[in-house]
Design a protein around this ligand. Structure first.
Ligand code: PGA
Length: 229
């Protein structure tokens, strides 16, 4: 199974969401399309024939946690997946390996698919620390990685137009697979576009993509998903 997952972040209006689903019709039994809208837009995204997920969940099951979303409530709403550890959440949410593990566990308990995101910053990459960073981030999911989809997203490639080279993607994916051999898939994310997805899709170890900006329009997500067929 290949995966074409669109992370809509906070970038899609309700009107554009309706337009997207009116135009998007990609279907292929070998490529699972998933859309991760804002949690408020999950209801409007359901019953379209695609996996729908949230962009984050709480470390806690329930209780006095103002503003947080429990994995259980995401599931109850009808969503089927959640992103955990996206770099934008890591940066803004003071995440630790411990908190990310709790989120992944809450999500798995609730019966959600988990896309666990990892990736090095530009400074870490320049310092030659990519594998050390990935290794450290993956310790958060020791023992549960066979239930997860991992998304390798170099932070410096997210939203920048600077896509990682084929060699970098290949070696990072090789490393992630060696560390989590039973993962359900290892996605690449970071400036995936219709004009580079063909090449990226053919790199050994790439099970699909986590796509930000280019997943907002039906036409570009269709082209990217087609490159995985
Ligand atoms: P991008 O975002 O495709 O816009 O670089 C990817 C992501 O953040 O998942």
């Amino acid at each position: 199974m290949k995966f074409a997952y669109g992370n809509w972040k906070m970038s899609q209006s309700l009107a554009n969401l309706q337009k997207f689903f009116a135009e998007f019709s990609f279907k292929n039994s070998n490529v699972e399309v998933g859309i991760f809208p804002t949690a408020l837009h999950i209801p409007a995204s359901l019953s379209r024939g695609y996996l729908i997920g949230a962009q984050d969940c709480s470390t806690e099951k329930e209780g006095a946690f103002t503003g947080e979303l429990s994995a259980q409530s995401i599931k109850e709403l009808g969503a089927g997946a959640v992103l955990v550890g996206h770099s934008e959440r890591r940066q803004r949410g003071a995440e630790t390996n411990g908190s990310l593990r709790k989120k992944a566990e809450r999500a798995l308990e609730a019966g959600l698919k988990v896309v666990f995101c990892i990736g090095e910053t530009d400074a870490e990459r320049t310092a030659g620390q990519t594998e050390d960073v990935l290794e450290d981030q993956l310790t958060a999911v020791d023992g549960i990685s066979s239930s997860l989809i991992i998304a390798y997203e170099p932070v410096w490639a997210i939203g920048t137009g600077r896509v990682a080279s084929a060699e970098d993607v290949k070696s990072a994916h090789q490393f992630v697979w060696s560390r989590t051999p039973k993962a359900l898939g290892v996605l690449y994310g970071g400036s995936v576009k219709p004009d580079n997805s063909q090449v990226l899709a053919r790199i050994e170890g790439v099970s699909g993509f986590l796509i930000g900006g280019a997943s907002l329009q039906a036409g570009s997500l269709t082209k990217i998903a087609e490159s995985l067929v």
